[in-house]
Ligand binder design. Structure first.
Ligand code: FE2
Length: 362
């Protein structure tokens, strides 16, 4: 039986646009000392000849400024509004490879960074590759709108390296404000939301794994903390593959979710060097379309994405399902070390779902 929280979430993670306008402390500018430490870290990993997969947090020496920033980033994602926007990352005078190393160096100060797709990308390039979206596949970085959703790690980070001419806004929404909308206006749907839905794996599973997941709760609750897992595309994908169409009532529930998410969201103009980090349990992310961009490789919009798991990040009602139920497939969710060891390629060599490095016994 699900332990349904029937009261609204009242902490800082349940925000609306007016709250963010009143207090803009979520919008931070890097100082010269941060950039100097990033440059120093880059020099150190370059001297050792390391790439992203081989580089550990210890290989990228940080000073007090970056350490303090990393602590705040985790605190804001875990205990605050669920996100932070940071501007002024040094992207201008560096190659894309150097930017990747510095971004990876910073991300590794927050926790365990893991692979994100079937190509086992650790720092994923979010860029339009011109491919047509096939049914039941991912197509991140396309020019189309991306509706508000979560990614499959504790924290997602997105850094803008180049912006499109039309500068499509990135959007962040509070899934805890969405939860409150359900509590107040449609409590009759809570049970179904807590039961959840299978997600499609969009062809990113290994050959010996199922193409869909078990049911993943859209909302779950432990010790007063609510966690959200929502991506309508992936949930719909599983319904299509399993030939279990939604009822009209379920479609109305998903429509209500999307409308409440839009209402409780903000649009961000990310310029080159701007980035956000967001908790996937309390914050949804997406972007507007940018159909008018020229198809020129060095001009196209480019963002870099990282997925980070943080030890003891949150209390979960069912850790293996809520936290890891979506990541236990294919090349998703592995560290660089594990990938280099070929763990992702061995049938039956399943990932230890509750990782020891997350401080949780298996
Ligand atoms: Fe995403």
């Amino acid at each position: 039986m699900n332990d349904i929280l029937r009261q609204p979430v009242t902490d800082a993670s349940a925000w609306g646009p007016a709250d963010l306008e009143r207090d803009r402390s979520w919008d931070v500018e890097l100082g010269a000392e941060h950039r100097e430490e990033l440059e120093r870290g880059l020099k150190a990993v370059r001297q050792k000849g390391l790439d992203v997969a081989r580089m550990t947090a210890q290989d990228f020496p940080t000073g007090p400024a970056l350490r303090q920033l990393a602590t705040r980033m985790v605190q804001d994602c875990r205990d605050g509004r669920g996100f932070i926007v940071i501007r002024g990352f040094p992207v201008q005078d560096h190659s894309a490879d150097d930017v990747r190393l510095m971004y990876w160096g910073l991300a590794q100060q927050l926790g365990t960074c893991v692979s994100q797709d079937k190509h086992a990308a650790l720092v994923a390039d979010v860029i339009d590759r011109g491919q047509k979206k096939e049914p039941l596949t991912r197509a991140y970085g396309s020019k189309k709108e991306s509706k508000l959703h979560v990614d499959l790690s504790d924290i997602v980070g997105l850094l803008c390296v180049r912006q499109a001419l039309s500068s499509p806004p990135s959007v962040l929404g509070s899934s805890m404000a969405v939860y409150n909308a359900f509590v107040e206006e449609h409590p009759e749907w809570l049970e179904r939301l807590y039961e959840g839905y299978p997600w499609d794996r969009f062809g990113e599973q290994a050959s010996w794994e199922q193409p869909t997941t078990a049911r993943i709760p859209i909302f779950s609750h432990a010790d007063g903390q609510v966690s959200c897992r929502y991506n309508r595309n992936w949930i719909t994908g599983a319904a299509v593959r399993m030939e279990r169409p939604f009822s009209d009532d379920e479609t109305a529930m998903f429509d209500f979710f999307d409308a409440a998410a839009r209402k409780n969201s903000i649009s961000l103009q990310l310029r080159p060097g701007d980035m956000y980090f967001a908790s996937n349990y309390t914050v949804l992310h997406g972007k507007a379309a940018h159909e008018d961009e020229p198809d020129v490789e060095d001009v196209k919009r480019l963002l870099l994405r990282v997925w980070i798991n943080v030890p003891g990040f949150r209390r979960f009602s069912d850790e293996p399902t809520v936290r890891y139920g979506l990541t236990g497939h294919g090349n998703i969710g592995w560290t660089g070390d594990e990938l280099l060891g070929g763990h992702n390629l061995k049938p039956g060599h399943t990932r230890q779902l509750c990782r020891e490095d997350d401080g949780i016994a298996a």
